[in-house]
Design a protein around this ligand. Structure first.
Ligand SMILES: *[C@@H]1O[C@H](CO)[C@@H](O)[C@H](O)[C@H]1NC(C)=O
Ligand SMILES: *[C@@H]1O[C@H](CO)[C@@H](O)[C@H](O)[C@H]1NC(C)=O
Ligand SMILES: *[C@@H]1O[C@H](CO)[C@@H](O)[C@H](O)[C@H]1NC(C)=O
Ligand SMILES: *[C@@H]1O[C@H](CO)[C@@H](O)[C@H](O)[C@H]1NC(C)=O
Length: 332
């Protein structure tokens, strides 16, 4: 958590009393029975534990991150109808290459220009060799945006917010963008087809989740303690694997982020920002478009009928892409 961040939400007050009590007792040397001291020190310890815990459920945003690798004019020059923004781990060159050879190569779809960019942070170790490789890759493909925050799972919210910053300042003539994970099958044709009939403002869609219970199981990857997020359910949000939005939203979400404390679960955080500005999520035209799982059995035109599915790995994406192309050619 960054010190200078202008949080408007107070930290939970509950935590303060034991700590203050400790100080008061220390300063005034109040004589107290021994078991009281034991109790205080337990409270004190749990206070300290909770403070550290709370620290790790929030990320350092807003903050001035800068781009180390950028494509400052491409979006403005190409004026794409749709921009695909792909967060990917810095070392995952394989996933980037597979995307470049599958759905990333779809640059004109139904007469509309589509561009893609990969979003990277920096490696924690400051790996010089890796930096050099990424620089070469960026020169070759001109599709890498690398920001200065440490690239890690728990920093994905930062990546998403930096994505909104970039879109709002670099794509003045773009109608829609999609945040899409690197291991996803994406049917760009079906996506553009949907967008051509979609609202042009205040629009965000994908796999919309409503009334999801906040996960209080400490062993879960998405655990949030009551102290960090007291509400029992999340507001509606679109699952992070792939959501699409109109380009008036990035600026609005950034404004909201000044008032909504940034939790580490990125898709939920976008939902919190949308709630703050009073924008409702839009359901996709029908429920079979943004799929979470690979089906056990697929019909003969399955891959041309969905917009997203999780194939499981980048390698499987290659196989799925092959099936998709076959289905397209067979007139699905
Ligand atoms: C509370 O914790 C601090 C450091 O974490 C320690 O120095 C202090 O002695 C503790 N106070 C009590 C009353 O246990
Ligand atoms: C605080 O954390 C320490 C180390 O993780 C643990 O041993 C201790 O039991 C915790 N204390 C409380 C009150 O939860
Ligand atoms: C997130 O990024 C910030 C800024 O670079 C860094 O200080 C922090 O250690 C990172 N957190 C994690 C969990 O990687
Ligand atoms: C925006 O895009 C449209 C269509 O691609 C183009 O006609 C127009 O000139 C562009 N405007 C700017 C300011 O680039």
């Amino acid at each position: 958590m960054h010190e200078k961040t202008p949080w408007t939400r107070a930290r939970p007050r509950l935590l303060v009393p034991p700590f203050m009590l400790g100080i008061v007792i220390y300063i005034f040397k109040v004589p107290l029975p021994l078991n009281f001291w034991r109790a205080t020190s337990v409270l004190n310890q749990s206070y300290n534990n909770m403070t550290t815990e709370i620290g790790s459920y929030f990320v350092a945003y807003p903050h001035q991150y800068t781009f180390r690798l950028d494509e400052p004019i491409r979006c403005q020059q190409e004026s794409p109808f749709l921009v695909l923004m792909i967060p990917v781990a810095i070392h995952n060159r394989e996933a980037r290459d597979i995307i470049r050879n599958t759905w990333g190569k779809e640059t004109t779809v139904l007469g509309k220009v589509v561009s893609h960019f990969f979003l990277l942070g920096v490696s924690r170790e400051g790996d010089k060799l890796l930096d050099e490789e990424v620089l070469q890759e960026s020169r070759r493909h001109k599709d890498i945006l690398q920001s200065s925050f440490v690239d890690s799972y728990n920093n994905l919210t930062i990546k998403t917010m930096v994505m909104f910053e970039w879109l709002s300042s670099h794509c003045p003539n773009t109608s829609y963008a999609m945040k899409v994970d690197s291991d996803i099958f994406l049917n760009v044709q079906k996506l553009v087809d949907m967008l051509l009939k979609a609202p042009q403002h205040r629009y965000l869609t994908g796999h919309v989740v409503r009334y999801a219970a906040v996960i209080r199981d400490q062993t879960s990857k998405w655990f949030l303690p009551v102290s960090a997020f007291p509400e029992p359910t999340y507001p509606p949000y679109a699952q992070g694997l792939g959501y699409v939005f109109s380009l008036d939203l990035p600026q609005k979400i950034l404004e909201a982020s000044l008032h909504v404390k940034a939790i580490y679960i990125e898709d939920v955080y976008v939902g919190l920002c949308l709630r703050h500005i009073g924008i409702a999520l839009t359901d996709p035209p029908h429920s079979g478009l943004f799929m979470e799982m690979m089906p056990l059995l697929t019909s003969s035109c399955y891959w041309t009928s969905v917009i997203t599915t999780i194939p499981g790995s980048s390698q499987q994406l290659l196989d799925v892409w092959g099936m998709y192309e076959t289905q397209t050619q067979s007139g699905c």
